[in-house]
Design a protein around this ligand. Structure first.
Ligand code: GLN
Ligand code: ZN
Length: 754
């Protein structure tokens, strides 16, 4: 049995690529120096794969920003406005990725979107009627040659035409199909060039095949590849899928003359069934995605071996990862604070290579490698953590009633109106205020033990007092404390909850040079102490206006953590929901009358197939949110906030969260959300963001007024709140103050006219 991986993390063991790229952006190093870093990293990563005996080593999975963008650039999908800048190829590339402002001109970046069901983001290729899709670069061939010079035979990888053209946006009349012919020529030219270099295999990624596809689309795929594969000559083509199963195109896939087909046995719930039911052609290699490329838990060898056994009848298989290892951290080697009894249970990218090697060896000779197997078996037999029996019982005892808040929304709205006595179009913010250098320093010093807890708290209280005074001065209606104690909205809660683990260097690329370090859910999650009460209570003591308590919701906490694999996501989410519920009730008991429970990442784990949305996800995720607030008094107003994604298609489910008020990120999407709200007669009060906080630009009073008027064309005035579209933590103080002043003035103007 041969072994393979789909792709490897490119940012480097210690995020070397990130730092080098950022230095290049700041003009501290030259383009050549950046290229050198890239070259060194590629070499190091290939060598790691060689050392672990991986047979199929990818090249072309490296990228200075994003591989979808690489493919787009390679195929000339570069809109005119970027070409007109007449920059060097590397500069043009970064202009597409991040925008450009300088002597050559002023262009914004391409749009960025979430890559399927991951927290990685890709650049969306932009195509218009003038676009000429053709092979214009040689990067893929060049990196293949680069590896060859090092004595390493690689398998280049590229995003396939079906997915590429499906993910692109179209500015003109033409659509994906209009570019198929050009794509066939371009890819076949690439085949020729690779063959010339004695390349044996090319991996073509087609993750779009795991989406819901219409019969029409499956047919398009077939037609496209029939033509394309006729051109492949001696080159072996592996079509690689991941993030799910290919139930809508399985037959087409096995009928086409591919040399290898990569299927995902981890996330593809129906993959095994498809192979068993319809068979797998003997003349093709099955690249079996068995080692989880997305999660960080050690592989259960017995399970993998059993699966391999089942696949024997399918002919020759290649042991593969389920997706690119891009989605897991680099190595466990640098985690010095977690003991081996903990790290033994994990496998990051480098350790996954060893797992592949081990599973292969054991599969070849169980007796010779018995010790390896025994060790793995005992790992899974171990009692990893002490189960929280009480919590399990509590979850067991939950009834329908626990997920329903009473009285119903309309009745609560009337009660809260009397109690809170807010003006129409109440103004508020989403929670965080600018995280200045001093704010960050204060946290860092405390973490390092350079200041006492009393000093740390005193500083935060001072910031809170300033923040409250400012909000009072400009006349906001519902105030916040500013979140100066929080690094980010998940880590802060993870650190205060039992059951969480934190890593030091376990970074995962989110987009470009941005990496995130998700905490790990290790055991049962519970709350032993209040997490936010003291700061909220303090802030409330400074003002007569309502102070909004700020929490992160259970679904978002789960979605931005590495989840457990030994219990269901639903179970983990319910544990988190009960912990946050305790916090909600504590805030309420301490005089906080408005509590916001953020669900910024609600959509993150929404299944890729719409038919699975409810049964696999929303049917427990939405109730989990309701569980958090179902026990509060009718007078307590529950807010929630969402951003970074499209909501229109799950708008009913969002209404079913049964919050009293919801704020949305909306200003960048041109308020299209409003039509969706209107269409379903959305019940919850709404604060569609009235200005974009991702830009330092200060919105004018008239602009905000106009936006509010636009909102009021679609929504009844008694349901509308006025707020920015997300937290302000990444903004500077001056622009924030100016923007909020204008926001309040605009709301007052509109009120005056009603
Ligand atoms: N309350 C959080 C903040 O204001 C919300 C952040 C978010 O939505 N991403 O920072
Ligand atoms: Zn937000």
């Amino acid at each position: 049995m041969k072994t393979s991986i789909i792709g490897f993390p490119r940012v480097g063991e210690l995020r070397e690529l990130k730092f080098a790229t950022e230095k290049y952006f700041r003009k501290e190093i030259t383009a050549d120096e950046l290229e050198t870093t890239g070259k060194e990293l590629r070499k190091k990563h290939w060598q790691l794969l060689v050392d672990q005996g991986i047979d199929f080593i990818p090249s072309g999975d490296f990228s200075f920003f994003d591989t979808t963008l690489d493919t787009a650039v390679l195929l000339n999908l570069v809109p005119k406005k970027y070409k007109e800048l007449e920059l060097s190829p590397l500069e043009t590339y970064f202009a597409l990725a991040r925008g450009y402002q300088g002597e050559a001109g002023d262009v914004t970046a391409l749009a960025m979107k979430k890559w399927f069901n991951t927290n990685y983001h890709y650049m969306v290729p932009e195509i218009d009627d003038e676009t000429e899709l053709q092979l214009v670069g040689s990067t893929l061939v060049d990196t293949f040659k680069e590896a060859k010079t090092l004595g390493i035979k690689t398998r280049p990888t590229i995003l396939g035409p079906f997915t590429l053209l499906k993910l692109a946006t179209y500015q003109g009349q033409k659509g994906a199909e209009d570019f198929y012919q050009a794509a066939i020529s371009a890819y076949s030219q690439l085949f020729t060039e690779l063959s010339k270099e004695e390349c044996e295999w090319l991996q073509i990624d087609e993750p779009a095949l795991v989406l819901d596809l219409t019969q029409e689309e499956s047919k398009q795929f077939k037609t496209l590849y029939q033509a394309l594969l006729a051109e492949k000559g001696d080159l072996n083509i592996l079509v690689q899928t991941y993030f799910g199963d290919v139930r809508d195109v399985y037959q087409e896939l096995v009928d086409l003359p591919f040399d290898g087909i990569g299927l995902d046995f981890v996330e593809g719930r129906k993959t095994l069934e498809l192979v068993e039911k319809y068979g797998f052609p003997k003349d093709k290699l099955l690249f079996a995605g068995i080692i989880n490329g997305k999660n960080i838990w050690a592989n259960d060898y017995q399970k993998s071996l059993a699966l391999i056994e089942k696949l024997q009848s399918a002919g020759e298989i290649v042991l593969n990862t389920s997706c690119s290892l891009l989605h897991v951290p680099f190595t466990l080697k640098n985690e010095t604070s977690l003991g081996v009894d903990v790290t033994n249970h994990f496998a990051f990218a480098v350790e996954k290579l060893a797992e592949i090697n081990n599973v292969k060896k054991i599969n070849e000779d169980k007796y010779l490698h018995q010790a390896l197997l025994e060790k793995n078996i005992s790992l899974f037999k171990q009692e990893r953590y002490i189960k929280n029996e009480q919590l399990a019982e509590k979850i067991e005892r939950l009834t329908e009633d626990d997920f329903v808040r009473r009285p119903v929304l309309v009745e609560r709205a009337a009660i809260q109106k009397d109690k809170l006595n807010l003006p129409i179009l109440p103004t508020t913010t989403i929670g965080s205020f600018p995280q200045t250098k001093e704010v960050k320093q204060n946290r860092a010093k405390f973490k390092k033990g350079e200041i006492t807890e009393a000093e740390y708290t005193a500083f935060n209280q001072e910031k809170i007092a300033e923040c409250v005074a400012f909000q009072e001065e400009i006349g906001l209606d519902v105030l916040v404390h500013g979140e100066f104690e929080r690094n980010d909205m998940v880590e802060y809660f993870g650190e205060s909850l039992d059951g969480y683990l934190f890593t030091e260097k376990a970074w995962v690329q989110s987009y470009g040079t941005r990496c995130v370090k998700p905490p790990i859910i290790w055991g049962d999650v519970s709350r032993s102490n209040p997490m936010t009460v003291s700061y909220s209570k303090y802030a409330q003591s400074l003002t007569d206006k309502p102070m909004k308590g700020m929490l992160t919701g259970p679904v978002t906490i789960l979605n931005w953590s590495f989840p457990r694999e030994d219990i269901s996501l639903k179970e983990s989410t319910l544990q988190l929901a009960l912990a946050i519920q305790e916090e909600v009730l504590d805030l309420e008991a301490n005089g906080i009358e408005i509590i916001q429970i953020d669900e910024a990442a609600l959509r993150e784990k929404l299944p890729l197939r719409q038919s699975d949305w409810h049964s696999e996800y929303l049917d427990w995720a939405i109730p989990a949110f309701r569980l958090v607030h179902s026990k509060v008094q009718p007078t307590t107003q529950i807010h929630t906030h969402m951003c970074y994604s499209e909501f229109a298609d799950i708008i009913r489910d969002i209404d079913n969260m049964d919050a009293d008020v919801i704020s949305f990120e909306a200003s960048r999407s041109n308020l299209t959300i409003l039509d969706a709200l209107k269409a379903i007669d959305f019940q919850t009060q709404v604060g569609p963001g009235v200005y974009d906080i991702h830009s330092p630009r200060v919105p004018l009073v008239e602009e905000i007024e106009k936006t509010i008027h636009n909102i009021l064309k679609k929504l009844p005035v008694e349901k509308v709140w006025v707020n920015p579209d997300c937290g302000l933590k990444t903004r500077g103080v001056t622009e924030t103050h100016a923007s909020l002043r204008n926001l309040v003035l605009a709301a007052k103007q509109v009120r005056g006219g009603i």
